[in-house]
Design a protein around this ligand. Structure first.
Ligand SMILES: NC(=O)c1ccc[n+]([C@@H]2O[C@H](COP(=O)([O-])OP(=O)(O)OC[C@H]3O[C@@H](n4cnc5c(N)ncnc54)[C@H](O)[C@@H]3O)[C@@H](O)[C@H]2O)c1
Length: 358
């Protein structure tokens, strides 16, 4: 298959790397693997169970991974644990991996976080490369170097910044996803447009139904979102400044994920979070009513389930405890105007007032 790749570059000096997005890009990974092998380095693949069943042979062939150099792991949030990371480290020791070898990971965001974290701590850091197999992972977690495991119900509490060496966003692997799973990732694409590129929203507007159904190959949407993220990561790798703009919709989403039953999916929580935080941006005069309506129209096209907000008395303590808090108010990354962003500190009483209106 002839690859049609869009390259998104993360500029981090000597640690710069690219995400290659498109149909057939995995074919290019072989050259990277063979190059390492020529240098005497080993390439081991860790692949998530469902992705392995659907795409394992395809990925192994594309990478020409040697028999015996694949580890299959359970996916999802429940497997993103300290214990599972330790098991991986022990498996890598048994395989005889060393500092110069590479770990490749294929799976959803949870698997990328887990394996990236293990790679970050194995012998103080081993090279890793990733192949996202969910839409959310392909729009967000594959790039930026945030790796983590959960500690009980404390999400991402043990983690490290460890940038991958290369990312292959092979759109063919996303063909087995459901419209619902695609919408999960498209919520992040809308977020990236809302904070960093209003033209991306213009691109999405007429195409969301086809992107959701899988009729349209999503390379432009994925690359558009990754380009917004790559720019912010390049400017602020460690999430102390502009990278926090990516948090739009997520402050409220984290509260929904902690308090709502059944626990909503991340994409649904982010979609709802953008609506609430968009309304906050309107109240604070950062976006216009027309911009909010436009954002809401795009979010509605995702057809993700609406989530009933929890009681404000339960939400506020969680918002106040947000681990990204630095000042007196609660920090929110909000569009200002749509297509750009700003982090603002919002007083609790303003949030309480907002809660009554949404
Ligand atoms: N590191 C980051 O910057 C970052 C950013 C955003 C999200 N995340 C993390 O990502 C995770 C969520 O990622 P997710 O939504 O991909 O969830 P996930 O990894 O739990 O995967 C969701 C489901 O998709 C299935 N799946 C995987 N590939 C498939 C395929 N090709 N076809 C069909 N099904 C497939 C998996 O088996 C799993 O059940 C969270 O843990 C979140 O914290 C990390």
């Amino acid at each position: 298959m002839k690859a049609q790749a869009i390259e998104v570059k993360v500029e981090l000096g000597g640690r710069s790397y690219s995400a290659l997005v498109g149909r057939g890009v995995l074919g290019m990974a072989k050259a990277v693997v063979e190059h390492n092998r020529g240098l005497g380095n080993r390439n081991v693949l860790v692949v998530e169970k469902v992705a392995d069943k659907l795409w394992g042979d395809y990925i192994r062939t594309a990478l020409s991974i040697l028999p015996g150099d694949t580890i299959v792991v359970a996916g999802g949030e429940a497997a993103k644990t300290w214990q599972r990371a330790e098991e991986l480290l022990r498996q890598w020791i048994e395989l005889g991996l060393g500092r110069k070898d590479w770990v490749w990971v294929a799976g959803g965001g949870a698997t990328l976080d887990l394996v990236g974290f293990a790679a970050a701590v194995f012998q103080r850091g081993i090279s890793w490369a990733n192949i996202p197999t969910t839409f959310l992972a392909a729009t967000d977690s594959c790039l930026g170097g945030k790796t983590a495991v959960n500690l009980g119900n404390l999400k991402n509490y043990a983690g490290a910044f460890h940038q991958p060496r290369v990312v292959f966003c092979e759109t063919e692997l996303l063909e087995s996803l459901t419209p619902r799973q695609r919408s999960e990732g498209l919520a992040e694409v809308i977020k990236c447009g809302a904070i960093g590129n209003v033209a991306l929203l213009g691109y999405l507007e007429p195409r969301l139904p086809d992107l959701r159904s899988g009729k349209l190959i999503p390379e432009a949407a994925l690359a558009g979102a990754l380009a917004v993220k790559a720019k912010l990561v390049g400017e602020d790798e460690r999430d102390e400044g502009v990278r926090r703009h990516l948090n739009f919709g997520h402050t409220i989403a984290h509260v929904l994920e902690r308090l709502c039953q059944p626990v909503p999916s991340h994409g649904a929580a982010v979609a709802q979070g953008m609506l609430v935080e968009g309304r906050l941006a309107l109240e604070l005069g950062m976006i216009t009513r027309d911009e909010l309506d436009y954002l809401a129209k795009l979010v509605a096209e995702l057809k993700l389930p609406a989530i009933v907000l929890p009681e404000i008395k339960d939400a506020l303590p969680l918002l106040s405890r947000d681990k990204k808090r630095t000042g007196s108010g609660i920090p929110f990354a909000l569009p200002s105007p749509l297509g750009a962003a700003q982090v603002v500190e919002v007083e609790e009483k303003v949030i309480a007032k907002l809660w009554a209106k949404v």
